[in-house]
Design a protein around this ligand. Sequence first.
Ligand SMILES: C[S@@+](CC[C@H](N)C(=O)[O-])C[C@H]1O[C@@H](n2cnc3c(N)ncnc32)[C@H](O)[C@@H]1O
Length: 276
Amino acid sequence: MQRLVLKRREFTLLQAFIYQHIGISLGDHKIYLVQARLAKRVKQLGLETFGEYYDYLVADTKGMELEYLSSLISTNVTSFFREQKQWEFLKTHLPSILERSNGRLRIWSAACSSGEEPYSLAMFLAEHLPNHYSQYDIKILATDVSSKVLKIAMSGVYSQKACLSLKEAYLRKYFTPVLMDGEAHYRISDELKKQIVFREFNLVTGEYGLFAHKAFDIIFCRNVMIYFDKPTQNTLVDRFHTILNKEGYLFIGSSEALTDMKKEFKSKSASIYQKV
Ligand SMILES: C[S@@+](CC[C@H](N)C(=O)[O-])C[C@H]1O[C@@H](n2cnc3c(N)ncnc32)[C@H](O)[C@@H]1O
C-alpha cells in the first residue's frame, strides 16, 4: 500500500481545525507526528489524501469524526493515583474541605481519560471517609472530549498492567477479577462506580453555562492544559475560577503551571492552587 504523505498545505488546514475544535495547539514541527497518527485513519475511511480527510472532517457536522480525531491527536496516558504528593495533600486537607462545604462535596475530573483518575478519587474517599455514603453528599463528575476513552472509563474494567500502580489491598477491596478476551482483568466495584457521572465535554469549546448552578470544591485538570496555548489555558483557568467555590482547589499536572492568570488563585503546593 502506498505511503500517505501529509503536505504542508494540508497540515496547515488540519492544524487550524484542531486548534479551533479541540484547543490543541500543534507547532509546525508536529507535521510528522500528525502524519503518523492520522495515516491509518485516512486509509481506513477509504480516502486517498489528508486533504480529503480535512474535507471529511469539515463535512462531519455531528462531530463524530472530531471525537475520533481528538483521541488520535492527544495522548490518553493516565494511571491510578498519579502524582502521589497531590493525594497526600488531599488527605491532609480533606477534613477542612468537608467542614467548609458542610459535608457536600462536588469534584470534577476534567479530562479523565480512561477513568483511572476519577476512580482513584472514589477509592481515596472510600478509604479516608469510611462511612461517607451515609454521612456525606459526595458526587464526582468525570469528563473527557474522547468518547473512546470514556467508554473504557464507564466499563470500569482494567488490564493487569493498568492496575500495577494500585496497592494489592485496593485491588482486593475495590475490584473483582474478570476474564476479558482470555486475559485477566479487574472490574471496579459498582458501589464506587455509582458515585461518578461520566460525560463527554470539550474543555475548550464546551458550554460552561451547564455548570452555572453547580459549584465545585475540587477540580482535577491534570496533564491536558499542556496541549493548549497560553490564551486557551488562561481562558480555561478563568472558567475554573468561576465555577469553583471560594477556597476550592484546582489540581493540575506536575509539568504544568498557572502563570498570567487574570483571576486569583493561591499556590498551595506544586501543581495545587486554591481559589482566593
Ligand atoms: C494525558 S490524559 C490525562 C488524564 C488524567 N487527567 C491524568 O492526568 O492522568 C489527557 C486527556 O485529555 C483529553 N483531552 C484533550 N483535549 C481535550 C479537550 N479539549 N477537552 C477535554 N479533554 C481533552 C484527552 O482525550 C485525554 O484523555
